[in-house]
Design a protein around this ligand. Structure first.
Ligand code: GLA
Length: 384
């Protein structure tokens, strides 16, 4: 989290007197359950101690006046109800406000300074952190009474309608509902969730960022989602109760394989298997069996890479090295894919060796340094 005093000083230097309120919302990790959320399946994310933080005050005008610390203190404003700003970072504000207005809220103008330490492009949902922070702040500032669930949906719809990514609900939900020391086992269809204590004895979560961000990430993401929907459309002809891949068994998918585009079949098969892996991982976690969780995590990577087609050579390289280290119980790419980071479950005594090995060999192979990101599972969006 960025320092609150820096935030307050910046606020004072740009907007003068007035005591801002401070809000923060975190990025997330996800243990297992990738690309299942928009298929109505389950996910197992946790909020982390990397967050977007904002200092904000209503300004009594129809204008939103913003300073982004992470864009070299870029300063811009837009009129509420006016055209969408060109800058993507400002579009998150615009989108959240528009989604709130669609739901009948009256949002007034405000001055805000914001910044954060959620690594960009690492698959840790910096954009969901921003949406959740804006939503939580405006909800409090203008007494809007949106529930936490509605705030998560407002963030998700901001991505759909103003950023162009047809994402699921995982990231925004984790950012808002996360709790220190817990992962969130979320049913992405009903939005029922359980906070599951997460403290694997002797095992650490290690995140290694490839420092790769493919420009195709959002367009390919939407393609994957469409391929899943194509599969569902085929099955639905025979099984009308089917609405999402969540409702389809592997047997049912197999039965209609011939009528499906082969690529669509592979994508659907991955999602059905991934949802099953998540269930199995939850059962293993309950028994404290992180060796089993690790195996499932490795299998998820295999599927994401070979069947779902969302990995990249850099991610595969870091996961392959993990297989050579006995102390690594499991490793996989995390998030939407096409870059970002690997999440690994590593026995404490082997963490330093694995990281050192990856650093050395990654540099030789790709001529750049990966970044190790330390995280702790922390609380969700809140006022500070
Ligand atoms: C991105 C999306 C999420 C989810 C993951 C993949 O993070 O925002 O909704 O689909 O990819 O699991």
């Amino acid at each position: 989290m960025i320092d609150n005093n820096i935030l307050k000083e910046k606020f004072a230097s740009f907007f003068g007197e007035g005591t801002p309120r401070l809000f923060t919302a975190p990025g997330r990790i996800n243990i297992i359950g990738e690309h299942t959320d928009y298929n109505g399946g389950f996910v197992l994310p946790g909020a982390v101690d990397k967050a977007i933080t904002m200092a904000i005050v209503p300004n009594g005008t129809p204008f939103v006046n913003l300073v982004s610390i992470d864009h070299d203190d870029a300063h811009l404003f837009f009129r509420i109800g006016g055209p969408q700003p060109k800058e993507q970072w400002a579009s998150y504000f615009y989108g959240v406000i528009e989604e709130m207005r669609k739901r009948g809220a009256t949002v007034g103008g405000f001055n805000a300074v914001f910044g954060g330490d959620v690594p960009l492009g690492a698959g840790m949902s910096s954009s969901a952190a921003l949406e959740s922070c804006i939503g939580t702040a405006l909800n409090a500032l203008f007494d809007l009474h949106f529930t936490k669930e509605e705030l998560a949906k407002i963030g998700q719809m901001t991505e759909h309608n103003y950023i162009g990514v047809r994402c699921g609900i995982m990231d925004q939900f984790a950012s808002i509902f996360g709790q220190k020391g817990h992962v969130v086992r979320l049913d992405c269809r009903s939005l029922e969730y359980q906070l599951v204590p997460f403290n694997p004895k002797g095992v650490e979560i290690v995140l290694i960022d490839t420092m790769v961000k493919h420009l195709l990430a959002s367009s390919e993401y939407n393609v994957r989602r469409a391929q899943c929907e194509e599969g569902v459309a085929v099955i639905k002809k025979y099984l009308p109760h089917v609405e999402l891949l969540r409702d389809v068994t592997m047997e049912e998918l197999e039965a209609h394989r011939a009528e499906m585009d082969p690529m669509s079949f592979r994508r659907c098969a991955f999602v059905i298997n991934e949802n099953k892996r998540l269930m199995d991982a939850c059962a293993a976690m309950e028994k404290g069996d992180f060796v089993e969780v690790g195996k499932l995590v490795y299998a998820t990577h295999e599927g994401l890479s070979k069947e779902y087609g969302v990995s990249c050579p850099e991610l595969d390289f870091i996961v392959n090295i993990a297989h050579e280290h006995e102390a690594v119980l499991g490793a996989r790419m995390m998030g939407g894919g096409f870059g970002g980071c690997v999440i690994a479950l590593v026995k404490k005594e082997g963490v330093a060796d694995y990281i050192a090995d990856v650093k050395k060999r990654y540099q030789v192979e790709f001529d750049k340094d990966p970044r190790v990101i330390e995280v702790e599972i922390s609380d969700g969006a809140r006022e500070i």
